[in-house]
Design a protein around this ligand. Structure first.
Ligand SMILES: NC(=O)c1ccc[n+]([C@@H]2O[C@H](COP(=O)([O-])OP(=O)(O)OC[C@H]3O[C@@H](n4cnc5c(N)ncnc54)[C@H](O)[C@@H]3O)[C@@H](O)[C@H]2O)c1
Length: 256
C-alpha cells in the first residue's frame, strides 16, 4: 500500500513510533525515524533492519521544538530521496513534572508541556508543509488521542496513582483542531492533514486498571501497540486520497 513512499515519523523510536515504522516497511515504503533520543533511535533502526532484512529504514536526530533541527531533517531526507511523501507526528515530549493530578499542576509546567508538545507539533507541521507546498503534494498524520475527543473517564484511575493529565486534554484536543485548520488552510495545495486517535495502549498497567478499562470498552479493552498501525497505513496510502481534515479513532469503542 505504501510502495516506495518516503515516510518521516517523529517520535519514531517510541512505543507506537517503532510499530509505525515497521508498518511502513511491511507495506513497501521507506521509514525515517526522527527522534530526539539517539540511542533508542539507532537501536530501533538496527532491530527493524535486522527483522525485515532491509535497508529501507534510517534514523535522523530531531527535536520537534527546534526550527534548525526540523530544517536539517528535511534537508537530509530530501537530499537522500529527492522527495518526502508523508509525515507522521508521534513524538511525546513532556517535562519532569508531567502527569500530576489537576490541583498539583503548576502554571509553568502546564505552559511548558503544552509548548513542548502542541507547539512542537505545530512547528513540525509548519516546516514540512512548507516543503510539501513546494513539492506539490504531501500527507500529514497527527497522532492525537481519545482524550482529545472525550473528557476523561476518571473513575477507571481510582485505586491507582495514575490520572489523565490536564495538559494532555489541552494538547490533544488542540491538535485535532490544528489538524482541521491546516487541512483547510492548505486548500488547493494537495496537502492532506488527518489525525489518528488511539485508545490506551497496554504497557504494564496494574491488573485492576486493565480490568476497569476493559469494562468501558466493547471487546478487547486496552489495545496492543500493533493495533493502531492498520489505520495509519490507510491514512498514508492512496486508499484514503480524499479523506482530509478527519480524525480516525481506534479505541475498541472506549469513546462511544
Ligand atoms: N501509548 C498510549 O497509550 C497512547 C494512547 C493514545 C495516544 N498516544 C499518542 O501516541 C504518540 C506516541 O506515544 P508513545 O506511547 O509511542 O510515546 P513514547 O513516550 O513511547 O515515545 C515518544 C517518543 O518521542 C520522542 N520525543 C520526545 N520528545 C521529542 C522531541 N522534542 N522531538 C522528537 N522526538 C521526541 C521520545 O524520545 C520517544 O521516542 C503520542 O502522541 C501519544 O500522545 C499514545
Amino acid at each position: 500500500m505504501l510502495k516506495d513512499k518516503v515516510i518521516v515519523i517523529t517520535g519514531g523510536a517510541g512505543r507506537l513510533g517503532i510499530e509505525f515504522a515497521s508498518a511502513v516497511i511491511e507495506n513497501g515504503g521507506y521509514a525515517v525515524i526522527a527522534d530526539v533520543n539517539d540511542e533508542v533511535g539507532n537501536a530501533a533502526v538496527s532491530s527493524i533492519a535486522e527483522k525485515y532484512n532491509i535497508d529501507r529504514i534510517f534514523f535522523v536526530n530531531l527535536d520537534i521544538s527546534s526550527v534548525e533541527s526540523l530544517e536539517k531533517l528535511i534537508d537530509s531526507v530530501d537530499s537522500k530521496f529527492k522527495r518526502i511523501d508523508g509525515l507522521v507526528n508521534s513524538a511525546y515530549p513532556r517535562n519532569k513534572n508531567y502527569g500530576r493530578h489537576f490541583f498539583d499542576v503548576e502554571y509553568s509546567d502546564f505552559c511548558e508541556n503544552v509548548s513542548m508538545n502542541l507547539g512542537g507539533y505545530f512547528l513540525a507541521c509548519q516546516k514540512f508543509s512548507q516543503y510539501f507546498k513546494k513539492q506539490g503534494y504531501g500527507n500529514i498524520v497527527n497522532i492525537s488521542s481519545i482524550y482529545g475527543v472525550i473528557a476523561p473517564k476518571f473513575e477507571i484511575y481510582d485505586n491507582t496513582p495514575m490520572t489523565m493529565p490536564v495538559e494532555y486534554a489541552a494538547i490533544k484536543s488542540g491538535l485535532l483542531m490544528l489538524t482541521q485548520y491546516m487541512a483547510k488552510y492548505f486548500r488547493g495545495m494537495n496537502i492532506r492533514v488527518n489525525a489518528l486517535s488511539p485508545g490506551g495502549i497496554q504497557d504494564g498497567q496494574p491488573e485492576s486498571f486493565l480490568s476497569a478499562y476493559k469494562n468501558v470498552c466493547l471487546n478487547k479493552g486496552m489495545l496492543d501497540k500493533t493495533d493502531i498501525s492498520g489505520a495509519l497505513v490507510f491514512l498514508l496510502s492512496e486508499m484514503s486520497q480524499y479523506i482530509n481534515g478527519q480524525n480516525i479513532i481506534v479505541d475498541d469503542g472506549f469513546s462511544i
